[in-house]
Design a protein around this ligand. Structure first.
Ligand code: F0G
Length: 459
């Protein structure tokens, strides 16, 4: 008999989580103004809000914490992180930051000015926020296929080369500080980008003499998909694939809270010494001295160890198979989601489920609240609340997709939890026809309203 798949780790420490009653949850979500970010984590049973900083560190990572060097300048921990970034990713220069968006802030403070254009494949919301806040533009050049949730494509997060070339051709050269390629493409459903696409985007950047920035939060998951789906890579190690990926890039921003499996941390890395030097000022000003930036020594140690573990095939296989497992359960129940299952999350297609809720009443948010009420499971809306208002017209933007993202933290939950998530969704799915109204906004911040929005239930 063929042996079934199982995790490449065993569990040494556990953290209790608590179930609640529907009545309790109704009260709590009302107090949270129907914003899932505003719930206390104690009021959540299975937390799929994000896979960012929520993973379980390994025994070796916890050991590294004890070895941290907290010197203000030139700490051993800085050099450990520097060696890992050089060995695994191939960059000579970097600045540590407290997380990914801080890396964006340091970089974009240096290179982006008003009126600039930074094309990309579905910029992540903080990336877009940092660009638009500087009155620059972030044209989306993702392939159209990404918007059809039922289309089964191996690399559904890719950049459309024609769209990208059009932007590069029609924009004055000095207005393009860089192209942003996000691997994997979070917003489009945790969908990967092929090595061929990375290579082609890089070639276009060279043709137009523009720098290529890889937004790299989930670069290792992307490498796993290249190994398992792209011809010619099956026999290469994840680390070899990662090296090739970064051979095409000039800059990377990293949220280490994802594929480096730490609770906090990030960095921006450069091939070019001059740009590294230019960015140092904003690092010192906003984060900290250049050898610790926004991080403590112990966290830099854990990050270095996490980069190594996170680029091991077994770690990635265990993780991605769990996401796939949840996807298969949803298939059994006929629940539509962005296909194929993404690297870090399942993106449930709320528009196809809650067909009676008008888009002005926030379809994916409505589904998110229903799932919380059903079983205390917290996902996150990737829909029109996240899409924000158009910076020029201030009109609501209604994206083609209304998704409820169920992000799976690394090494944290078991497949029994996946079964509960799928069953809870099925229960909501079975009563979908009875859900006809959504929410209206009673408060929103001028930029990135998603996190602090307040809502009122309609109907
Ligand atoms: N880029 C991508 C692709 C991301 O997914 C994130 C964060 C960031 C940059 C910013 O990094 O959070 O460390 O400041 N994504 C998290 C998420 C928040 O839930 O998807 P950060």
């Amino acid at each position: 008999m063929e042996l079934p798949f199982s995790e490449s780790y065993r569990i040494k420490m556990v953290e209790p989580i608590r179930k609640s009653t529907r009545q309790e949850r109704e009260q709590w979500i009302k107090e949270a103004k129907y914003n899932l970010f505003m719930l206390k984590s104690d009021h959540v049973f299975i937390d799929l809000l994000t896979d960012s900083g929520t993973g379980a560190m390994s025994d070796k990572q916890w050991s590294e914490l004890m070895l941290g060097d907290e010197s203000y300048a030139g700490a051993r921990s800085y050099y450990k992180m520097k060696a890992a970034i050089k060995d695994i990713l191939g960059f000579d220069y970097f600045l540590p930051t407290h997380q990914g968006r801080a890396a964006e802030n340091v970089l974009f403070s240096t290179i982006v000015k008003e009126g600039d254009v930074l094309p990309g494949n579905s910029h992540f919301d903080t990336t877009k926020g940092h660009i638009e806040y500087r009155r620059a533009f972030a044209p989306d050049c993702t392939i159209d296929a990404a918007a059809d949730t039922q289309l089964q494509l191996p690399f559904k997060g890719e950049m459309d080369l024609d769209k990208l070339e059009k932007v590069l051709r029609e924009t004055p050269h000095e207005k393009i500080p860089c192209v942003v390629l996000t691997i994997t493409n979070n917003t489009a459903g945790g969908q990967p980008v092929s090595m061929k696409n990375i290579r082609d985007v890089s070639a276009l950047c060279r043709k137009y003499d523009v720098k290529l920035l890889l937004d790299s939060a989930r670069f290792a998951e992307n490498a796993y998909f290249i190994k398992t789906r792209e011809e010619g890579y099956a026999d290469k190690t994840i680390k070899e694939i990662v090296k090739e990926i970064y051979s095409y890039a000039d800059i990377m921003t990293m949220s280490s809270k994802k594929d480096a499996i730490v609770n906090m941390g990030g960095f921006v890395a450069f091939k070019d010494e001059e740009l590294w030097k230019k960015c140092q000022m904003f690092c010192v000003m906003n984060e900290g001295f250049i050898t610790y930036g926004g991080m403590s020594g112990r966290d830099m140690n854990a990050l270095a160890q996490g980069l190594d573990e996170g680029t091991e095939f077994d770690t990635l296989e265990t993780r991605i198979k769990q996401v796939e497992y949840l996807g298969k359960k949803l298939d059994e129940y006929g629940i539509p989601y962005q296909r194929p299952a993404g690297g870090h999350a399942i993106f449930v297609d709320a528009k196809q489920i809650l067909t009676r809720v008008p888009k002005e009443e926030f379809i994916a948010q409505t589904l998110g609240v229903e799932l919380y009420l059903e079983a205390g499971i917290r996902g996150v809306e990737i829909g029109s609340i996240l899409a924000d208002r158009d910076p020029v017209t201030r009109e609501n933007r209604y994206p083609r997709l209304e998704l409820l993202r169920l992000a799976i933290p690394r090494r944290t939950y078991t497949n029994n939890h996946m079964d509960v998530i799928a069953a809870a969704l099925k229960n909501v799915y079975d009563r979908r026809e009875s859900i006809t109204r959504g929410y209206k906004i009673t408060y929103e911040a001028p930029v990135m309203r998603h996190f602090t929005v307040e809502l009122e239930k309609l109907g």
